[in-house]
Ligand binder design. Structure first.
Ligand SMILES: *Cc1c(COP(=O)(O)O)cnc(C)c1O
Length: 322
């Protein structure tokens, strides 16, 4: 490991998060869909975080961060993101009465920009690329004395996100395997943390897009690596490995699979037609992995995290054509 990671959260932090988040998040349904079982040969249980506030699981982490720690609540928060991290933080900041600034690269997806502004956050457009936006966010946070909130190396985010796994283990106590999509790795790290203590018999399998394989390659090599970052699935579009999430996955994750963006689109289609639910690309990656490796999952009870549902119209059209 090349960079120091912040102290890893423990099960106790996850239980504290669950207590804090009671009544603040949707206890999302964990559902079986016959069409998904038929298509995969497995007994699939979908954890529907696409029905969570802001349409993705990330809000669990943002709410926990602002509820657990006064400092960012007082200082205000800054993030660079175009997607669900921005919406999650804006939502939690509005609830906490905390000023929130989101830096996005110029010419963002107008839907997402509008959603973040609609949640009351200040949106600053800066730079052509994500790296420019990041540098600007760092400067801004330093100038204002605000807290820069990253999407991965944040113990309170991981602990908050882990409440989804706690719920799922209660909703589906007989799972054999849990399949989780990965960008920066907070969701998979959280699943590792919770199952290690409460359900060590459950295998955890992570999934990334082959077009953005940084977390996968970091896990396989045991080093924090940078990789090309070209996936269409916004929630999975991350170009490097992170110390904290890699540390939690190491030794606990059973396997790490890659799927193509086209396999992800096909899984989105199956969610639409077979489960009558909207998954964004990142939200469909776990199902894509189960569809891609039937021999691995057939006949088993497989939990699949449908992590988000914020798909735009063009993305949905592509999915229906897949
Ligand atoms: C962020 C995100 C992911 C990836 O989660 P990480 O915790 O960054 O690995 C997956 N799906 C959706 C919908 C997301 O927004």
């Amino acid at each position: 490991m090349t960079a120091a990671s912040p102290a890893a959260p423990t099960l106790r932090d996850v239980l504290a998060a669950q207590h804090r988040l009671a009544g603040q998040v949707v206890r999302t349904p964990a559902l079986s869909h016959r069409e998904l079982d038929d298509a995969t040969g497995a007994a699939v249980v979908v954890k529907h975080e696409n029905l969570q506030h802001t349409g993705a699981f990330k809000v669990r982490g943002a709410l926990n961060l602002l509820a657990a720690d006064d400092a960012p609540r007082r200082q205000g928060v800054v993030a660079y993101s175009t997607g669900n991290h921005a919406q999650a933080l804006a939502y939690a900041a509005a609830r906490a009465g905390t000023p929130c600034t989101i830096v996005m690269p110029e010419r963002p997806n107008p839907l997402k920009e509008r959603a973040v502004r609609g949640l009351g956050a200040e949106v600053l457009l800066h730079g052509a690329t994500f790296d420019d936006a990041r540098a600007h966010a760092q400067e801004l946070a330093a100038q204002r004395g605000a807290r820069l909130v990253g999407a991965a190396d944040e113990p309170l985010l991981v602990a908050g996100v882990a409440t989804a796994t706690l719920e799922l283990l209660q909703q589906a106590p007989d799972l054999d395997v849990l399949v989780v999509p990965v960008g920066g790795g907070s969701g998979a790290a959280a699943a590792c943390l919770v199952t290690a203590s409460l359900a060590p018999h459950v295998q955890v399998v992570a999934v990334q897009s082959a077009a953005s394989p940084a977390a996968h390659d970091s896990w396989r090599t045991g080093a924090l690596v940078e990789r090309p970052n070209r996936t269409r699935a916004e929630g999975l579009a991350v170009g490097r490995g992170f110390a904290l999430t890699q540390e939690l996955m190491r030794g606990r994750l059973d396997d790490f699979l890659l799927v193509t963006d086209d396999q992800i689109s096909a899984a989105q289609r199956l969610y639409l037609t077979g489960a009558r639910t909207v998954a964004e690309g990142a939200g469909a990656a776990a199902l894509a992995a189960v569809l891609a490796a039937p021999e691995r999952f057939a006949g088993r009870s497989v939990g699949v995290v449908c992590s988000g549902g914020n798909a735009g119209e063009e993305e949905l059209r592509r999915a229906l054509d897949a």
